[in-house]
Design a protein around this ligand. Structure first.
Ligand code: ADP
Length: 256
């Protein structure tokens, strides 16, 4: 958002106007650059899976192809199509958020029951990777949240914790009530995030390991969506991490 602040009284009014127009021009230039970069990222992100789909479809349609081999190529095509579908879904979601046309339906929620349900739902995914998920919630903490959206937040964070941790490790969710707000910490013992990457991980399409992105299946949009949702709740999210040791994702929500 940009705005012009004008105080045009007295002799300096032209100078003030000039300054305001300059600021506006700078903001517009910045927005234009951001939009171009975003479009370039989208093209890039779609080009890679499309190249695979086209290439493997071309091989799979060769006449003397064995069934097993053909099925292998078809599976890759399917996975790449699935990835593109997720990408388009995430982009659409962010576009809606940018236009402020997504609605938050807050309802009074007992966070401890919310996290119990979430824990039960996610437990199988953790077991499948021989990891465990634990949660601590003291007493009955209630808060107004959009439960569906908030579940989306937590699923994204837990998906990342799963994706970027090794088997045998523990992921914990800690829910606490502090003086003026509620704090939720998702802690993993995974690979962690290098210091220089930490300030960027909530940006769209930012990934620490650029080369692994395709195989790990992520779109690079998960944390950007998480941030939008948390901020739409009047809250904030930040990450603390030690490379090689683990990551803490910390969410604060206003009380009530
Ligand atoms: P992705 O789809 O790539 O997971 P996200 O927006 O969810 O995209 O996350 C952005 C990047 O932040 C990831 O590519 C990864 O490098 C890093 N990241 C996020 N969560 C964690 C975590 N719990 N541990 C280590 N790295 C993480």
């Amino acid at each position: 958002d940009f705005s012009v602040h004008l105080q045009v009284k007295g002799e300096d009014e032209l100078a003030e106007l000039g300054k305001a127009i300059q600021t506006l021009a700078r903001d517009l230039e910045y927005l234009k650059k951001e939009r171009n970069e975003f479009l370039a990222s989208i093209s890039h992100e779609l080009r890679t899976p499309l190249t695979y789909v086209k290439g493997y479809a071309d091989i799979a349609r060769r006449p003397n192809m064995g069934e097993e081999e053909r099925n292998r190529y078809l599976s890759i095509i399917y996975e790449e199509a699935e990835h593109m579908q997720k990408l388009v879904k995430d982009l659409f979601e962010l576009a809606k958020m940018d236009q402020h046309s997504f609605q938050i339906h807050k309802e009074l929620t007992n966070l401890c029951s919310f996290f119990k349900k979430l824990h039960d739902k996610m437990q199988p995914a953790f077991q499948a990777k021989k990891m465990s998920l634990v949660y601590y919630c003291d007493g009955s903490i209630t808060v107004h949240i959009d439960q569906k959206r908030f579940e989306q937040v937590m699923m994204n964070l837990l998906d990342n914790a799963l994706k970027y941790s090794d088997q045998g490790s523990i992921v914990s969710i800690d829910v606490r009530k502090e003086k003026h707000h509620i704090v939720i910490i998702v802690a993993d013992e995974g690979r962690g995030i290098p210091k220089e990457d930490l300030p960027h991980i909530f940006e769209r399409f930012y990934r620490v390991d650029k080369s692994r992105s395709r195989t790990s299946g992520g779109t690079g949009l998960g944390l950007a969506i998480v941030k939008e949702i948390v901020e739409a709740h009047g809250g904030a999210i930040y990450a603390a991490s030690e490379y090689g040791k683990g990551t803490n994702m910390i969410i604060t929500l206003p009380e009530g």
